[in-house]
Design a protein around this ligand. Structure first.
Ligand SMILES: NC(=O)N[C@H]1NC(=O)NC1=O
Length: 173
């Protein structure tokens, strides 16, 4: 989907098909979330859409939350190398400076990502726009000590932050 910006009035007038096209990736590769919040229209503001997404995510089963985390690309991972990230993810990873990290930082991030996936069976997810390489590395190191359920919750809280910023890129009140 090409980047678009809309007022909240324009959002509320979208057909369901267009709403799903435009908001279908506010949760990465998971258009079910956009479909799930259609019933919450009309929205009063961007924050209102974000709250609807948060509520939608909170009501999902652990299996579904796990699936959502599994749909996220690794930070500075293979998809980034191959140029196969979504436009949103490219912008987020660049905002964290992950396109300009040193080979040593990249090696460290890649090996911590592998260790994390081996332990939890889903990738490490963090809101890249709120971080830089050093805070990302220290977060993985500390989150690696967490229990599975705690990490599932933390990962979904990060998905909410990512989603909120994606919504704010689309809706300009
Ligand atoms: N793995 C991971 O955190 N990926 C995500 N984070 C973010 O801000 N954008 C992403 O694609």
């Amino acid at each position: 989907m090409m980047p678009v910006t809309l007022s909240i009035d324009e959002v509320n007038k979208l057909t369901s098909d267009l709403f799903i096209k435009i908001f279908g990736n506010v949760v990465e590769h998971y258009s079910c979330a956009a479909i799930g919040i259609l019933k919450c229209k009309p929205f009063t503001c961007a924050e209102d859409i974000s709250v609807a997404i948060d509520h939608y995510l909170d009501l999902l089963s652990d299996a579904e939350k796990t699936k959502i985390l599994q749909l996220h690309p690794d930070l500075a991972g293979k998809l980034a190398e191959k140029g196969e990230l979504t436009n949103e993810s490219v912008a987020e990873q660049e905002s964290a400076g992950l396109d300009v990290i040193t080979p040593e930082e990249k090696h460290k991030l890649n090996s911590l990502n592998e260790e994390y996936k081996k332990k939890f069976r889903f990738p490490f997810v963090i809101c890249a726009r709120e971080n830089k390489i050093q805070t990302i590395l220290s977060s993985i190191e500390s989150r690696l000590h967490n229990k599975l359920h705690q990490e599932l919750c933390t990962g979904i809280e990060e998905v909410k932050k990512i989603s909120k910023l994606r919504i704010y890129e689309i809706v300009k009140d």
